[in-house]
Design a protein around this ligand. Structure first.
Ligand SMILES: [Zn+2]
Length: 565
């Protein structure tokens, strides 16, 4: 028996592991559907295993959350906070990519332990990196034809040849009134991706799979309004037609879960999770407009900015657009379509129009994220680190706390934190200085000034009626998992140590997360090994445990190859 087959035997002895991600899945939707018998495969997995809610990163943004899932570290220790990262010494940003993840990722742990891992469709992974197994990039990747899309490098071409033309993102754009085309496109992509995963499992088998599906997130962003009779402008008759669209997509995901569990059988541990939850969204807050109103952000006074400010403030374009619509000049109204109008307004007030020499704070990102214009960090920073920085942060936090919802008078801002309260690690400078949610995530935020809006709240962008919530789902089943344990207090940083422990790989004791051992069987719990020290270092014990005969065989083999003296 040669080394290769010895190693293979060692790999086969350990139960396999499938980690399945349903981006944005929430118990708020799934629990009632499970109770009604609409998701039978999820129900069976829950019955045979353990489950509960799982808390996302302090900013429940997919790239930050998935980076925490694959590293077991909070964003200040892996460096990914959002879809973008600030460029050092600039107000510009660069979009998320694999190189921004600065903590040891899951595939390195498994590969070091001699286990191949197949990584599919994580949204922030591009380019795909060399590993023992396979990796396919996700949402943030450019075209699949780009050389870094997959590892092995020819994999996207191989999939095109064997499964059909490769695609990894919806090609239809959601529009209210054109729901069917988008829904069909989402389902088509899911069908295609199921066949891709099927092919990969057959032709590129691994001991561990990490497979992510984005469909639930995309559907919830666009189709939540059909479930939400309080959504502004809800039309009971029309909207009722699509009240089951999100369920339909979850049923397709549920079928896939059933297929995978049937295919891998009883010996495989399954972890199903989401990176964050989901919920309704009723609009956006123009945080930069609010900062402008309270004198924390100033606009340049050059003629072009002044003209843009005046046009936006008087809503000149909006008035012209409405006048044209009123006159019934349909064709002209179409020429000045809503998207075109939005585009003009978007280009209006940009970061180029901010007078940095008089600006103490600005906002960026889809959640409550305010950055101080800090000397030495921002190129035009005016706030000194230390006492002045603390003063600006305290002043902003006090103002946010008092800010009322313009219509209801209720507090608009909830969950206000300094970054050091929610993040901890060497890359904390990449985080916003103040983090908050806007009416418990019922509003998202926009980087735009929003000067064309009536107030600091406006209509959702991209027709979003759903968004993220902090609590996602975790369900585990398989030979290492106990039955009927209700998982409580879990966070997504716990997933990496949990899956390492389930696969018999030693767990670094300095990760931010911990293995969810309360859900393990006694035998599994007893087998968990920890290694001390830096989670960044390769643990020596991270090799499969072999018996002495196998070790002797390996030694012979290596000697014969000249590796040993
Ligand atoms: Zn997500």
């Amino acid at each position: 028996m040669g080394t290769e087959s010895t190693l293979k035997a060692a790999r086969d002895a350990a139960p396999g592991l499938v980690v399945l991600g349903w981006d944005a899945a929430t118990w708020d939707l799934l629990s009632p559907w499970v109770a009604d018998g609409k998701l039978p495969n999820l129900a069976r997995m829950m019955e045979s295993g353990s489950y509960g809610p799982i808390r996302s990163t302090a900013l429940p943004v997919s790239p930050a959350a998935w980076s925490t899932i694959i590293t077991g570290q909070n964003p200040a220790r892996h460096g990914v906070f959002d879809w973008f990262a600030r460029k050092a010494g600039s107000y510009d940003v660069e979009y998320v990519h694999t190189g921004q993840i600065k903590a040891r990722p899951v595939w390195e742990y498994f590969n070091a332990a001699g286990k191949r891992i197949g990584v599919f469709n994580l949204p922030m992974l591009y380019p795909a990196v060399p590993l023992d197994g396979f990796m396919l990039s996700g949402l943030a990747a450019p075209e699949a034809s780009s050389s870094g899309f997959a590892y092995p490098r020819g994999l996207a071409v191989e999939l095109t040849e064997n499964v059909g033309p490769f695609w990894h993102a919806e090609t239809e754009v959601y529009r209210y009134g054109r729901e069917r085309a988008y829904l069909q496109n989402v389902l088509d992509l899911l069908e295609y991706q199921k066949r891709v995963v099927d092919y990969l499992i057959q032709k590129h088998p691994c001991e561990v799979y990490l497979l992510v599906f984005m469909q639930a997130d995309h559907m919830q962003h666009k189709f939540w309004r059909y479930l939400d009779s309080t959504y502004p402008g809800y039309d009971p008759e029309y909207d009722a037609q699509f009240s089951e669209a999100i369920l339909q997509v979850f049923q397709a995901l549920d079928d896939h879960l059933g297929d995978l569990r049937a295919r891998f059988g009883e010996d495989t541990n399954f972890v199903l999770l989401s990176d964050h939850g989901g919920g309704p969204v009723h609009g956006i807050m123009y945080i930069n407009r609010w900062l402008h109103e309270i004198g924390m952000l100033h606009l340049r006074s050059n003629p072009s900015t002044r003209l843009k400010f005046w046009v936006a403030k008087t809503d000149l374009i909006g008035k012209a657009y409405r006048a044209v619509s009123r006159l019934g000049l349909g064709k002209i109204a179409n020429l000045v379509s809503k998207p075109a109008r939005d585009k003009v307004l978007n280009s209006f007030m940009s970061f180029d129009d901010i007078d940095w020499a008089r600006t103490k704070a600005y906002a960026r990102g889809a959640f409550g994220q305010i950055y101080v214009n800090l000397k030495g960090r921002e190129p035009g920073g005016i706030v000194s680190p230390g006492e002045e920085y603390d003063q600006v942060v305290d002043q902003l936090m006090a103002a946010l706390e008092k800010l009322p919802h313009p219509e209801t008078g209720e507090p608009l801002i909830t969950d206000i934190h300094k970054k050091a309260d929610v993040f901890d690690g060497p890359y904390i400078e990449g985080a916003a200085d103040i983090i908050f949610s806007i009416q418990d995530y019922l509003y998202q935020s926009s980087v735009k000034m929003g000067l064309d809006s009536e107030g600091i709240l406006g209509k959702s962008e991209y027709e979003d009626s759903g968004g993220h919530r902090p609590d996602g789902i975790v369900v585990m089943s398989g030979p290492g998992i106990g039955k009927g344990v209700s998982i409580t207090g879990a966070g997504i940083a716990d997933i990496l140590p949990t899956v390492l422990a389930l696969a018999g790989v030693p767990v670094p004791d300095d990760l931010d997360g911990r293995p969810l051992m309360e859900a393990f069987t006694d035998a599994q719990r007893g087998s968990v090994r920890f290694v001390s020290g830096e989670s960044g270092a390769l643990p020596d014990t991270a090799t499969p445990e072999l018996d002495s005969d196998e070790l002797a065989e390996i030694e012979d083999r290596l000697r014969s190859l000249g590796y040993l003296g």
